[in-house]
Design a protein around this ligand. Sequence first.
Ligand code: ADP
Length: 520
Amino acid sequence: MNCQLRWGGSLTLLKDRGMTEASRYATVKTTLKKGLVMNSQVKPGKLLINNEWCEAASGKRFDVINPATETKLTDCAEGDQVDIDRAVSAARKAFETGPWKKMAARERGRILNRVALLLDKHRQEIAELETLNNGKPIAETLHVDLTLAIETFEYYAGLADKIHGETIPVNGPFLNYTLREPAGVVGQIIPWNFPLLMAAWKLGPALATGCTVVLKPAEQTPLSALYLGNILMEAGLPAGVVNIVTGFGPTAGAALARHKDVDKIAFTGSTEIGKLVMKMASETNLKRVSLELGGKAPNIVFADSDLDAAVNGAMRGIFFNQGEVCCAGSRLFIEQSVHDEFLSKLKASTEKMIVGNPLDPKTQMGAQVSKEQFNKILGYIEQGKKEGASVVTGGAPAHPKGYFVKPTVLEGVTNQMTVAREEIFGPVVCAISFRDTTDLVRQANDTVYGLSAGIWTRDIGKAHRFARDIKAGTVWINCYNQFDAASPFGGFKESGFGRELGEHALELYTQVKSVWVALN
Ligand code: ADP
């Protein structure tokens, strides 16, 4: 995400196109018609197996909802075990006998580059679709989700022909070298908070290495992945290399995690389901597993920090994507001497946020993804109040219709309260005052999670000591929620294992073979 993308910034792409509110909706309607119904090439609502769009074997379908209006957007094929079986066998055939694995790595890179170009070409349409389906603001979909998804494919396009083994000096008259081979057929289960971006994080490295894939998007947000399916085919991906099965977790997802012919499973979602996936992955065979799970990140503000920048960072940490971010800075530790000043600045800025129509380019926070999430978040706010926290601002639905929650600041939170221990996955930040800096790292680490952490201070020694001591996969110093396709991302502790993005992600999708050659 671009550092310049700050709350209150002017992101006016749709407006730049000279659109009125009414014509913007008209455009979206056209998009929907074109994308989902009329264009014979794009057939979301179906499963993509072996480069063909097809119905679920059961013929079942499920509704896809627009969370901003609570109305049905469309419906999708409800894949289950039978469809997963079909998709896995297409992926197996493509892996064993198709051209993908044998193709020159550079050619695979070219195809991935074409995917990036096509995503860029259809950026507006996909962003609108994503916003309609997920509820996130169009400014973020366009400038964060789409930009990062495109960059992810570009990055792995460039890496495809740079995956190589090594020669190792061994004892005796032998030549020893390693081959880095693709892991095989990969199952990828992704969540609803960044639907397209999570697909890109998963597909980019898997395809660069020569794996074939069965992708299971979240049931709440399947549309952008289906759009991507069409782009993958247009870019030249051979049949069976990427198969997309929409459907529910306990049926389609579980069938993929259990499948005997899947070599590796990559999962992003809740810690609860991640543990289940890990168990299922060893039921019929011994799949390799990588998990990117929940978080309860500490975001620490010291008195010596630039307080205005820290306020901005605290907001970006928790309100970005409606707080539906696994690395959200949900535990906001504030040094006591600046606690009141900081909170009054935070309150003032939070109350200026524009929460509403996700398709309006001025909107800064959209709708939560589903009624379930909406109710869960409001339930946590009530729980926080019951345990002694008080609401500085927010704490209620933002609009009578749609799953909008006001950006919420709770104060008087202790690290032991439910709101500080469990992942809320919403726009609710828990302010915790601290005086004793020696105990701070212990408190920050006092969580089952370890995905990320933030620190705001002008003292570089303090910042780097914290970066070493905190048990988290990502540390942001005087910034928050920065991402780049080249920088690894993943968790410590119950936030999971394995690193996505960067060169590290290639390790998830390759295995090393050691070859010995007698030289005498
Ligand atoms: P959340 O609780 O935030 O919706 P989940 O972890 O349940 O997150 O969902 C993330 C992904 O995991 C989704 O694609 C979902 O369909 C899938 N999923 C949910 N339950 C299961 C399950 N029992 N087995 C496999 N995948 C599942």
